[in-house]
Design a protein around this ligand. Structure first.
Ligand SMILES: Cc1ncc(COP(=O)(O)O)c(C=O)c1O
Length: 383
């Protein structure tokens, strides 16, 4: 049987092995230790934020950021409808209500014009607007030059969900640094991984101190386990932080490789009618997942047809996130929509983008796509 080509599997090797071994041999097999502190420092420096706290997941980071901003039951938090469910779930954990907003068709990111309209509507209704959570979709930063002034005018803090975007930049600023707080994920499929983990970043020392305290069961600084409020067990371990540090050292290399992959896909699809790449003109994107959007009328085929063809050759693809307003769990939630996210869900496809792919696997993927396109694409293709 042919070896499967996965969408974005972990890419670890001898460097990661040596760091993890060091952590194990040091005796710091705990949610504390020198690798953990160094990982926080190094990620904060890389992103350009003053402070960071390493956590068990990106979801935990989103939850804590909202708690630290005093998001409460009855509040409203604006969330892009096109995202992974973790963004919306974090809002629900606090008891607040997520209100969904549609995306820009070209990037899949939060649509600033709609955000403007939504913020005005919500303010007119007198609801306490507690936060806006832009997501940097598939590793391309949202349009912060428009989003941030709107949020500043509405006096609402921004929690940047940069789970997919470490290594991306926009206008010279790094993903994770745009909001009052930014959140990264180190889940196994992300651009770098700790197998599972996340990080919360901010320039606000008090916010980070509050999140650090909540992430360790809200324990008072006394020896007898004193608690005055409910906390969480959300801390990352020193062993996993060691893995993260090794991965971080390779970040530039893996971003460069993902960008090269996107280039190759871009070249392959350039002459194919009805196909475009999401955020294809964003030179700062980390290209975590190269994503195509297909116009079935112009292309003569659907994204699902290509997915089925590649699946038959053991090549994994995934649809674009199913929008939150279409999820049964959020049935009845309020949303400001244009239909753009639903169209991307129906016509989008994420392609294998992992850096552990061998050259022969890359060629296999590209050849399989070409084979699919043959006969369907009179214009021909070139690589
Ligand atoms: C946009 C987005 N937000 C949040 C998360 C949650 O991160 P984690 O899986 O580390 O909890 C992910 C990824 O899993 C994500 O893609």
């Amino acid at each position: 049987m042919t070896d499967p080509v996965l969408l974005s599997p972990p890419d670890v090797g001898p460097l990661e092995e040596s760091y993890v071994l060091d952590a194990l041999r040091s005796g710091w097999v705990a949610p504390a230790g020198p690798h953990l502190e160094a990982f926080e420092r190094e990620v904060a420096q890389r992103v350009g934020c003053a402070h960071a706290v390493a956590l068990a997941s990106g979801t935990a980071g989103l939850h804590l950021a909202l708690l630290a901003l005093d998001v409460r039951p009855g509040d409203v938090v604006v969330v892009p409808t096109l995202t992974f469910v973790a963004t919306a779930n974090a809002v629900v954990y606090t008891g607040a209500e997520p209100v969904f907003v549609d995306c820009e068709p070209a990037t899949g990111n939060l649509d600033p014009a709609l955000l403007d309209e939504l913020l005005r509507n919500l303010r007119a209704r007198g609801r306490r607007l507690a936060a806006v959570m832009p997501v940097d979709m598939f590793g391309a930063c949202a349009d912060y030059s428009r989003v941030l002034p709107l949020c500043a005018e509405a006096e609402v803090p921004v929690v940047e969900d940069a789970a997919e975007a470490l290594g991306a930049t926009r206008h010279g600023r790094a993903a994770g640094s745009f909001g009052r707080a930014g959140v990264l994920s180190f889940n196994g499929n992300k651009i770098i991984t700790t197998s599972g983990g996340g990080m919360l970043l901010s320039d606000d020392a008090d916010l980070i101190a509050r999140c650090r305290y909540l992430s360790t069961q809200a324990r008072q600084p006394v020896s007898h386990y004193e608690h005055t409020e409910v906390g969480y067990n959300y801390r990352l371990s020193n062993v996993l932080a060691a893995l993260g540090r090794a991965q971080l050292r390779r970040l530039d290399e893996v971003v460069a490789r993902r960008r090269q992959l996107r280039e190759r896909y871009a070249k392959l699809f350039a002459a194919v009618p009805g196909v475009r790449l999401l955020a294809d003109d964003d030179v700062g994107a980390n290209c975590w997942l190269t994503t195509i959007a297909v116009d079935p009328a112009a292309a003569g085929w659907r994204a699902a047809d290509l997915a089925a063809h590649l699946g038959a050759y053991a090549i994994e693809t995934r649809p674009v996130w199913k929008p939150m307003h279409l999820q049964p769990v959020f049935a009845g939630a309020r949303a400001l929509l244009t239909g753009a996210a639903q169209r991307l869900f129906e016509n989008g496809l994420t392609l294998p983008s992992g850096t552990a792919m061998t050259e022969s696997q890359v060629v296999r993927v590209l050849n399989s796509i070409e084979q699919f396109l043959e006969g369907r694409c009179p214009g021909g293709m070139g690589r």
